[in-house]
Structures are given as structure tokens and as C-alpha cells.
Design a protein around this ligand. Structure first.
Ligand code: PEP
Length: 253
């Protein structure tokens, strides 16, 4: 039985006061609800991570702290970078790897992403590996081969033991931040396709236990239908994670 995961990626948004208020409102909502059947994660900008962690810890919250990125290298002379071991020390347990914004704006390729996953696993953190096709790949019917390339060049380079520690997020790039969502059927088809490719490579135990999140304009209106699909095990939420009431509605969908 796969436990659902709803993770809110705040990206480079919110000022200090807004970020702390958002954590506090999410914890208030958690206290007033029963979220025991779902894992909930917040993924703030690095600079807010430690105070967010302190807040969650002091409040006795079960909310998981994640990181939006990490360095592909270990600690050392890499100005401006944040290592997986630093992320581990501040209390985060999940790290996004391969978000389309990192791939597209910072040219992160398969070799870099593979190194990042290695660093994350070395610290016993959970990588959330993002994959997804652009609109032109969807239109030319090459979305499945795009995803296979992204998986083969990074995730499938790891052992089954490593892969069993990962989460996959399927995020069609054409649906991220656009207000346009994959239909529930499109999401289910891709998630089933991704799971079957893990099945072929690693067998049923790993494939059946793998959590595959959907990301791309999930919101309180479309969440229930997307999350009811057999192979959709949760959501990676951008815009709607910046409002505590919307995030709560998705968690409870
Ligand atoms: C994301 O960036 O991972 C994302 C899913 O964003 P949004 O929900 O805003 O489309």
C-alpha cells in the first residue's frame, strides 16, 4: 500500500514574514485535521528551511521538510552551492532533483542529476526525481520516449535498493504554472507507463511500492480527480502550495 505524499514546492517565492506565516497556518490546519493517511511535505527556499524546521519541530508537527535543490558535489570550494550533507543537518529529509526549471534554466543534464541523486542518497535523504515532457514532445507523440530517456539516463543507473528509496514526480512541463493540467486520464496513462517501465527494469516489488506524484497546476478543484487515479500517489504542488487553505484542500482531496 503506497502512502500518499503531497509536497508543496514554494520555489523562489514569499518574503520572510509570509513564509513563516505560511508554515504556521499549515501547522494550524494540520492540528485541526487528520492527515495521518498522507505524508505532507513543505519545500521552502533554502534560507527559510532551518527556521521552518525549528517551527515544525517545536509544534510537534509531522510535516516533512524538503529542499528544492542540492549541489552535485560534496562539501568544498563551490561558491554559492548547498550540499546534501548541509541539507541533512538542517533537518530536511527530501530533495527535489531534476525539476524542469533546473533542467531548462540551469542546464542541469543527466550527468549532473545522477551526481545529485548520489549525494542525496549518501546522506540517507529521499530524492524526488522529476521527469516530464515539453509541449512539442507531447504534440509529436514522443512524450513516452522522452520520459524513458530521462529515467534511463539517471534513475535506471541506480540499483534496485537505491531506487526503492526514491520518489518520482511526473510533471508535464506544459502544465507547470500554466493553469493548464493534464487530464486525469493523461496523468493515469503516464503514471501507469512509468510504473510499467520500473516493473520491466526492477520487478514488481519495487514498481508496486514506488510513489509517483503528479505535478502541474494541481489545485483544489482538480486534485480529487487526479488523485483518484490508480497510479497517482500524490502531488507536487507549486502555485497552490503558497496558500494554506488551497494546500489543505489538496491534502484532504
Ligand atoms: C511545480 O513546479 O512543480 C508545479 C507543479 O508547479 P504548479 O503547481 O504551479 O504548476
Amino acid at each position: 500500500m503506497r502512502k500518499r505524499l503531497i509536497a508543496g514546492n514554494w520555489k523562489m517565492n514569499l518574503h520572510w514574514n509570509e513564509a513563516m506565516s505560511l508554515v504556521s497556518e499549515i501547522v494550524q490546519n494540520e492540528n485541526q485535521s487528520d492527515w495521518s493517511s498522507v505524508d505532507v511535505a513543505v519545500i521552502p527556499p533554502f534560507i527559510y528551511s532551518r527556521p521552518a524546521f525549528e517551527f515544525l519541530k517545536n509544534a510537534g508537527s509531522n510535516i516533512i521538510l524538503g529542499s528544492q535543490n542540492c549541489a552535485s558535489t560534496e562539501n568544498g570550494a563551490f561558491t554559492g552551492e548547498i550540499s546534501a550533507s548541509m541539507i541533512e543537518q538542517i533537518g530536511a529529509t527530501m530533495v527535489l532533483v531534476g525539476h524542469s526549471e533546473r533542467r531548462d534554466y540551469y542546464n542541469e543534464d543527466a550527468a549532473v542529476l545522477k551526481e545529485k541523486i548520489s549525494r542525496v542518497l549518501e546522506q540517507n535523504l529521499t530524492p524526488i526525481f522529476c521527469c516530464g515532457e515539453h509541449l512539442k514532445q507531447r504534440k509529436s507523440n514522443s512524450h513516452e520516449s522522452t520520459i524513458i530517456d530521462q529515467l534511463e539516463s539517471v534513475v535506471f543507473q541506480f540499483s534496485g535498493e537505491d531506487v526503492s528509496k526514491m520518489v518520482i514526480a511526473y510533471e508535464p512541463v506544459w502544465a507547470i504554472g500554466k493553469g493548464e493540467t493534464a487530464s486525469p486520464q493523461q496523468a493515469q496513462d503516464m503514471h501507469a507507463f512509468i510504473r510499467s517501465s520500473f516493473h520491466k527494469k526492477y520487478g514488481s516489488e519495487i514498481a508496486d511500492n514506488l510513489r509517483i506524484l503528479y505535478g502541474g497546476s494541481m489545485n483544489p478543484t482538480n486534485a480529487a480527480e487526479l488523485l483518484s487515479q490508480t497510479d497517482v500517489d500524490g502531488g507536487l504542488i507549486g502555485g497552490a502550495a503558497l496558500a494554506a487553505d488551497k494546500f489543505k484542500a489538496i491534502i484532504e482531496a
